[in-house]
Write a protein of this length. Structure first.
Length: 76
């Protein structure tokens, strides 16, 4: 249903975990997602960006993506 644009409220009701995309917000390197009650957790994924990395002891250009996980500590 989601791939053809017909996702309804009943299709997403009762979820326990959310994955959200904050990558469309330019300049965002850090995000703190808020858990949608009564769910147990939410994972926010940022945009992929190029940055300096060390590979085999040498400086190179690599890709990095921020990811933030918020969860209900009472479940643990």
């Amino acid at each position: 249903a989601a791939t053809v644009g017909r996702l309804g409220l009943d299709d997403v009701r009762g979820g326990t975990f959310t994955v959200t995309n904050v990558g469309m917000v330019k300049g965002t390197l850090w995000q703190t997602p808020l858990v949608n009650r009564p769910q147990c957790a939410i994972l926010a994924l940022g945009r992929i960006r190029q940055c300096p990395v060390v590979r085999d002891g040498h400086l190179a250009v690599g890709n990095a993506m921020g990811a933030s996980l918020s969860f209900d500590h009472r479940i643990i």
